[in-house]
Design a protein around this ligand. Structure first.
Ligand SMILES: [Zn+2]
Length: 245
């Protein structure tokens, strides 16, 4: 894969009025956590006028951006989902092994970016954000397009009993997304978990695309906290409605 960012044509193209990308460690896309910054010169088509990035807290709350945003504007607080119906505002999340999830309703014209680690996923950040798109913006669940980005994969992502216990509590189909490696440990397919949650929520299977790439075992493409043991960097992923002037 030679490109600096990963895009998913079946999820959205420019013709849909949506620009999106999943970052890699080669992307050079930079954002300012806690504020709105200008899209960098490396940012391909400059459809976004500002990029919004916020502090992430492994929770389930969403920042709703339903008014224009100017460069330099601050967003103090912590959120793990960002939702906007404002053209030109690119909502972004930063991940290393957690799952970046992008959503849009092509008719209602509203987009979301979600940072889903195991904590957020188990706490229901994806269904909660979908519910917000519906209740606050009038999105239709069956029409939502979802793209699930690169993250720690089932090949490498080992979790222990406390994580498995939480998963069993909230997710009846938990056995479908874990592969035991010992009595107390298992490999978790976080992307499959997110996908199954979305299906249970009523999203159309044909409108959900998963990028099958593991941040832990593809060091040439991705940063990984699990592999590197420190935060050497994060990948930025984002989505914006294209301004129609
Ligand atoms: Zn892997």
């Amino acid at each position: 894969m030679a490109s600096e960012v990963i895009t998913v044509p079946s999820f959205a193209t420019h013709a849909d009025g949506v620009e999106h990308f999943f970052g890699t460690r080669l992307s050079c896309v930079s954002v300012t956590p806690g504020g709105a910054s200008a899209p960098g010169s490396r940012h391909r088509d400059q459809a976004a006028t500002v990029m919004v990035s916020v502090k992430q807290v492994h929770g389930t709350d969403a920042l709703v951006v339903d008014r224009p945003v100017v460069q330099g504007e601050a967003f103090e607080g912590g959120w793990d989902a960002l939702v906007t119906d404002q053209p030109g505002v690119m909502v972004t999340v930063r991940t290393a092994d957690c799952v970046p999830v992008l959503l849009h309703d092509p008719v209602r014209r509203v987009v979301a970016a979600i940072h889903a680690g195991w904590r957020g996923a188990v706490a229901g950040i994806v269904p909660k954000t979908v519910a917000l798109l519906v209740s606050r913006f009038g999105a239709t669940i069956g029409r939502l397009q979802m793209a699930i980005g690169p993250s720690a994969g089932p090949c490498c992502y080992e979790v222990d009993e406390p994580v498995l216990a939480r998963l069993r509590e909230v997710f009846p189909e938990w056995q479908a997304v874990v592969k035991p490696v010992s009595r107390q440990r298992a490999h978790l397919d976080l992307r499959a978990f997110v996908r199954r949650q979305a299906l249970a929520d009523g999203l159309d299977a044909e409108r959900i695309t998963t990028v099958d790439a593991c941040t832990i075992c593809q060091p040439d493409l991705f940063f990984s906290y699990r592999r590197e043991g420190v935060v050497n960097g994060t990948m930025v992923s984002g989505i914006a409605l294209v301004s129609r002037r």
